[in-house]
Design a protein around this ligand. Structure first.
Ligand code: ZN
Length: 374
């Protein structure tokens, strides 16, 4: 996510905080220090209010992080890798490598987060009760009861059956399991997601008109965010479903233009890049593909060296994420295209290049499909 910084790594998962989260951190601390504590504990000094306020904000951050970690660890156990967790203004997102393969996987991953939040609710409540029993000053334990109820709210909110919230994922898994169709399950639950999003927007507007502008605007933003997310997740599922049904051999462009490895960069730029307007070409050396040459490769070279350098010395060598098999489905190609940084993959049948699939092909296909089929 743009505007984020990494704060560490847990179990190989990068933990990243988006700057937008700092706004919330400041806001929570501010509200606690100027509102909650002065009203409930007037005897408390204002510095203490700020300290306790920021402790609440940190505990809330930790609660959301643990919720996402719980999703992630179960996901990794199910064989779906998680590279990164981002904490941002609306909570947290665990970046999963792919969608679950079956409803049981989805169910386990979806329930893991709310289960953790429920556990945190119980733990914070128990500690609160224990400290109350030990007669610890009530303002010191106030953060605990506050954060415990926040965790309960996280459980209740996330379990609303609106995709892509956790509850929506649970419902999607159940429909998927009993009806057998992921697409149908996603269509139903993401419509619920859209409805829930709009409901929050209207609720927010109502709250604004009732005089509580800050809370109201908050609801409007979250509602709108959920509405957008449910739409894009649905489209994602449709596309993934579509591209797993198409074979690379029928999707690829067949006229591949490759270059010999002994040509100079000067000639390559003039006779290939400017002529064909592609941003990369496969490179052939005695009838074998040895790699790709890209605009990025050429940018690493000074202009004076263009006529002294041959392509062979500048290529990105051939590797597994540059190649797909004609019998692979297009989603395999898409994954590699977005991973390899070159924006295209070569379709190889044994030693021979028989086609190419590029990012532009994929995006154009999506554009055409969404205009004709919606
Ligand atoms: Zn969750």
């Amino acid at each position: 996510m743009k505007g984020s910084f990494v704060i560490g790594k847990i179990k190989g998962i990068e933990i990243e905080i988006n700057l937008s989260w700092l706004v919330i951190f400041g806001l929570i601390t501010f509200m606690m220090a100027t509102n909650f504590f002065p009203q409930n504990y007037p005897e408390l000094s204002s510095i203490m209010g700020w300290i306790l306020g920021s402790i609440i904000a940190v505990l809330m951050l930790l609660s959301i992080l643990l919720h996402e970690l719980s999703h992630s660890i179960v996901s990794i156990k199910q064989g779906i890798d998680v590279k990164k967790i981002t904490l941002f203004i609306f909570g947290g997102i665990a970046q999963m490598d792919k969608e679950p393969d079956n409803p049981i996987q989805e169910l386990k991953i979806a329930l893991a987060g709310p289960a953790m939040s429920l556990l945190l609710f119980v733990i914070f409540t128990l500690i609160f009760n224990l400290l109350t029993y030990l007669r610890v000053e009530s303002y010191i334990i106030a953060p605990l009861i506050y954060v415990s109820s926040v965790n309960l709210i996280i459980v209740l909110f996330n379990m609303v059956p609106a995709f892509p919230l956790d509850g929506g994922r649970v419902l999607r898994a159940l429909i998927w399991h009993f009806q057998g169709s992921l697409l149908k399950a996603t269509r139903i639950t993401s419509s619920l997601g859209k409805i829930f999003g709009y409901l929050l927007v209207f609720l927010g507007l109502y709250v604004v008109f009732m005089g509580n502008a800050l809370n109201g605007i908050w609801f409007v933003f979250i509602g709108w965010f959920i509405k957008q997310l449910s739409e894009s997740s649905y489209q994602n599922t449709v596309m993934t479903d579509l591209f797993t049904k198409i074979k690379v051999s029928t999707f690829m462009s067949k006229n591949v233009i490759s270059v010999g490895s002994h040509i100079s960069i000067e000639a390559l730029v003039e006779n290939y890049f400017y002529k064909f307007k592609y941003t990369s070409f496969p490179v052939i050396d005695s009838d074998k593909v040895i790699g790709m040459v890209t605009v990025e490769n050429i940018k690493t070279l000074n202009r004076e060296e263009w006529n002294r350098t041959i392509i062979r010395n500048l290529i990105t060598p051939i590797s597994d994420d540059l190649i797909v098999h004609p019998q692979n489905n297009v989603s395999v190609a898409i994954k590699k295209i977005f991973q390899n940084g070159i924006g295209r993959v070569l379709v190889m049948d044994g030693e021979a290049i028989i086609g190419i699939v590029s990012r532009t092909d994929i995006l154009n296909y999506i554009r055409i499909h969404s205009q004709l089929e919606e």
